[in-house]
Ligand binder design. Sequence first.
Ligand code: SAM
Length: 249
Amino acid sequence: MKAARDWHKSFFMNSFYNPASRTAVEKAPAEALFVLRQLKLPKGAALLDLCCGPGRHAVEFAKKGLAVTGYDFSGEYLEEAAARARKKKVVLRLLRGDMRRLPFSGEFDAVVNLFTSFGYFLKFSDDLKTLKGVARALKPGGLFLLDLVHGDFVRKHFRPRTWDEMEEYYHLEDSTAGPDGITSAWTRIPKKGGKVLRRVFFTRLYTRQRLAKALTAAGLEPLKFRGGFGGQPLSPQKNRLIALAKKPG
Ligand SMILES: C[S@@+](CC[C@H](N)C(=O)[O-])C[C@H]1O[C@@H](n2cnc3c(N)ncnc32)[C@H](O)[C@@H]1O
């Protein structure tokens, strides 16, 4: 089983998956609050929500008075982010593009990337390209907060096959673990007939050490690591790896 080079193009579409589930949207305000406590930005500061998706965190940041840019590849999710901003009566600047080609230079006080929206590329050099783009996008002294699934946790709890019953379909996940990460296939089987959908994707697994090395290689200085949005210490029992890094200067 192998993921296509640009698997994200057919995965992140409403007909297959949308990250703004009801539970995820409910969690967003508390997660955004934790992020803001780490970043300590003044009102009006410029924040880039990299891979903002449907904007569930971006609107929370904007509600707190930040000048928020959301950047994502999925046009459908950006439309949803725009609708969410209108509903919440906040302003978002929304841009469509690939995270490997960030068009920003010295523009942001902080960049965030949330809900494992990084580590998707089969080549590590593409992850590094993304991190270098983040470093370029930041003002000197700017901060980068990255929230990923924790590689140590995933390896420890690895299961090659899992089933879930959702409201409208059965969800089957088949995974293989390699030295760099996990390749998974999600199969969605509708309960009331209809097309069975299957998508294969790749997640590069980052441990604290591996992420610190990648951030440093991109010119960012790792400052601290946490194991969850409650500020828990990082451990193999925690499924989040939240890193805070700084652009020197
Ligand atoms: C798991 S979702 C998380 C979205 C959002 N951060 C959230 O928490 O709801 C990952 C996001 O990354 C975006 N994405 C995937 N590959 C991308 C790429 N190469 N460039 C830009 N965005 C990408 C997807 O469109 C999707 O919105």
